[in-house]
Design a protein around this ligand. Structure first.
Ligand SMILES: *[C@@H]1O[C@H](CO)[C@@H](O)[C@H](O)[C@H]1NC(C)=O
Ligand SMILES: *[C@@H]1O[C@H](CO)[C@@H](O)[C@H](O)[C@H]1NC(C)=O
Ligand SMILES: *[C@@H]1O[C@H](CO)[C@@H](O)[C@H](O)[C@H]1NC(C)=O
Ligand SMILES: *[C@@H]1O[C@H](CO)[C@@H](O)[C@H](O)[C@H]1NC(C)=O
Ligand SMILES: *[C@@H]1O[C@H](CO)[C@@H](O)[C@H](O)[C@H]1NC(C)=O
Length: 635
């Protein structure tokens, strides 16, 4: 009787396993296609077909300010490293030898098996230096004559003849832009967050280096892989082979057509750097790489260091702040391969993924990093792409409208060498004219393709989902044309307002009162203006789907839950009107704060649309700031 029960249980187990197995197999081959078609249909039906109007997102919005605070610097000074690696040379520090006499150090190469396993290779003992050849990562253990010890895991750039021989500018396509690519990003940093938390780096990048910031760069999906895969492959996850980890019969990420493969096949040395191996972009939910994806790859280092981190102060590896390990590696990579074409993509998550403020502690280091890149000449033949995947996604910030809008508008910037603007005048002008236009990760892919091999036309075609930033993108581009699902689209919906509504009178009154207040001190010469005609009023509001977006329903981020009731705190109106005397025409954006029913308008937000000409002659030289608003009573 005991047997009978055993067999029944066995039979049930086998049936269940088979059911689950077939179900998973079915799911993994079919749900991707079905979701792909659904998303296409959603975009067709619900995306706003109107030209994108970007939301107005003040840096000091009270909705966001409550989440901001300063953080203390990252202090690793209590620790001293005995050995350091520069390029491929790892050497014992002189000051340690002076202090402690000759050291005995054991260097063990750490070798990558695959994305989830590393092994130790042979150990070499030395009392001077060690050259990295087999691996970029070494486990180092040193003993001094006073029998004190020091251990750490170090990383550098190994010398490899095969990489060296395969790469060179002579192999780079003639019609490429012949630039190195240095793309480096932080996780979860919106454009506004970058300006708020990394102000020194932002100023240096934009003012001193002339970096160009994309103000209309909008995400096309939720999460890091959804943000980066279109940049790196030109496609979304649903358009690529299934590589999800939790399904069987799926492939490794090696099948993805990564753009670094194209660069590598055309003479470039490639590198992919990412910290946080346990939540890796291509390893957390996806199956990871079997073959190492790029010539240099930091994952084995971060896997090896993981178990050792407890030894050091918070956010440190020995004497070095952890984010600087990656920044140093980038500098080393560009120095070792100075004469070679290079493509590097680095992505840092530890400081910013779960914390809104911690990234502020890296501002000085990022600034220094940018200065070093410039001063060493790296930026003279490199396009620097400083970027992020998306804005902050977690917690309370996501429950505010501005937080949601900022989440959809990550920081994304390009900086070209100074000579580039002269040598490639037309495409550089196009690039500049695209800064305020709606742009997406698909466009970045097309842009990178052009860097390798220039193919794009001067005028972008709105029928194409991806338009290179070197083409002129028509400013009337909509989220639908750019293939952005409605709940990811940060562009505002807008509608014409019936001019008989009460709000219209209030808006017009606010506008002329603001102008009249501004000229009030000069009433003896500037006339009091009255509204003679309201031409139009439009109301802008965040798209309904953005307001309703709550979270993803599935683990892959393919299905949206649209059940949120995010509070809309304000509406924005645009108004155009005419005043007398003088028939002046003004336009303005006015914010209506719903909580206290208050209209908010600053004089700087009012623009004069028609010429003021001789009307302002009386104050022309004395009060030039009044010219737009003053109708002179006397000549
Ligand atoms: C590094 O070497 C130490 C012994 O010196 C060992 O305990 C540790 O596990 C090694 N770490 C790795 C990641 O191999
Ligand atoms: C960039 O570096 C060059 C020298 O390589 C220097 O002349 C220039 O002043 C630097 N620019 C900035 C903004 O630091
Ligand atoms: C930058 O590169 C250009 C063109 O290759 C060269 O003429 C110029 O001297 C370089 N400038 C610096 C500061 O290295
Ligand atoms: C505006 O509202 C008035 C009164 O409700 C209505 O008569 C008029 O047709 C509306 N105008 C437009 C353009 O919808
Ligand atoms: C104009 O000035 C008056 C008096 O200083 C003030 O009460 C009013 O709020 C101002 N109105 C606007 C729209 O600035």
């Amino acid at each position: 009787m005991c047997y009978k029960r055993f067999f029944t249980i066995l039979l049930i187990t086998i049936t269940l396993s088979l059911l689950i197995y077939t179900n998973y197999r079915w799911k993994s081959s079919n749900d991707q296609n079905a979701r792909f078609l659904e998303i296409k249909e959603t975009i067709r039906r619900y995306s706003n077909p109107a030209a994108c109007k970007q939301p107005n997102l003040p840096l000091n919005s009270p909705e966001i300010m409550e989440f901001l605070h300063d953080v203390p610097p990252i202090d690793c000074n209590s620790w001293i490293d005995w050995v350091q690696c520069k390029g491929s040379e790892c050497s014992i520090k002189e000051e340690i030898e002076t202090q402690k006499g000759k050291l005995k150090c054991a260097f063990t190469n750490i070798i990558r098996t695959d994305d989830f396993q590393i092994t130790d290779a042979d150990t070499v003992n030395t009392d001077s230096y060690y050259k990295l050849e087999e691996s970029d990562v070494v486990n180092v253990s040193c003993t001094a004559s006073d029998s004190t010890t020091w251990k750490s895991i170090l990383t550098g750039i190994r010398l490899n003849k095969e990489i060296w021989d395969r790469s060179g500018w002579q192999y780079v396509p003639r019609d490429g832009l012949r630039l190195n690519v240095l793309m480096f990003g932080f996780d979860s940093i919106s454009r506004n967050t970058f300006i708020r938390k990394l102000p020194k780096s932002y100023l240096y990048l934009t003012k001193h280096l002339g970096g160009l910031v994309l103000k209309g760069y909008n995400i096309v999906g939720d999460g890091t892989p959804q943000a980066l895969t279109p940049i790196l492959t030109g496609k979304t996850e649903l358009e690529l082979p299934d590589v999800r980890k939790r399904f069987i019969h799926t492939q490794n990420v090696d099948v993805y057509p990564f753009i670094w493969n194209d660069f590598q096949e055309n003479g470039y040395v490639t590198a992919f750097l990412e910290d946080l191996p346990s939540t890796g972009i291509y390893q957390y939910r996806l199956k990871g790489f079997l073959k190492q994806p790029t010539d240099h790859y930091m994952r084995p280092y971060y896997m090896a260091i993981g178990k050792e981190l407890y030894k050091w102060p918070r956010l440190c590896v020995g004497e070095t702040p952890r984010h600087k390990v990656m920044l140093n590696y980038i500098e080393q990579f560009f120095s070792v391969y100075k004469s070679k074409p290079k493509f590097l993509f680095g992505f840092h998550g530890e400081l910013s993924h779960d914390n809104y403020n911690l990234i502020g502690a890296a501002d000085d280091d990022v600034l220094q990093f940018l200065k070093n890149l410039n001063n060493s000449g790296v930026l003279n033949d490199t396009v620097l792409i400083l970027m992020a995947d998306h804005g902050h996604r977690f917690g309370k910030i996501r429950n505010t409208i501005q937080g949601k809008q900022e989440e959809r508008l990550p920081f994304f910037s390009f900086r070209f060498p100074e000579w580039f603007a002269h040598k490639h005048e037309e495409i550089y002008k196009n690039f500049q004219s695209n800064l305020d236009t709606l742009t997406t990760p698909f466009d970045i892919y097309a842009t990178l393709k052009d860097v390798l091999e220039f193919r794009s036309p001067i005028d972008g075609d709105l029928k194409n989902r991806a338009i290179s930033l070197f083409s002129k993108i028509p400013p009337q581009r909509s989220c639908a044309q750019a293939n952005i699902e409605p709940h990811w689209c940060a562009c505002m919906d807008w509608e014409n307002v019936n001019l008989t509504l009460d709000i219209v009178t209030r808006l017009a009154d606010t506008m002329v009162t603001t102008i009249n207040n501004y000229t009030a001190d000069h009433r003896e010469i500037c006339a009091t203006l009255r509204v003679s005609k309201i031409e139009w009023v439009t109301k802008m509001k965040p798209s309904e789907q953005l307001v309703k977006f709550n979270k993803n329903l599935d683990a892959d981020g393919f299905v949206a839950d649209l059940s949120a009731h995010t509070k809309v705190l304000s509406h924005t109106y645009q108004i155009k009107l005419q005043t007398v005397p003088g028939d002046s025409i003004f336009e303005a954006s006015i914010t209506h704060h719903l909580k206290d029913d208050r209209l908010d308008l600053k004089i700087a937000d009012i623009s004069r649309v028609n010429k003021y000409g001789a009307q302002a002659r009386c104050i022309e030289n004395t009060y030039p700031n009044l010219r737009k608003y003053c109708y002179c009573l006397t000549d």
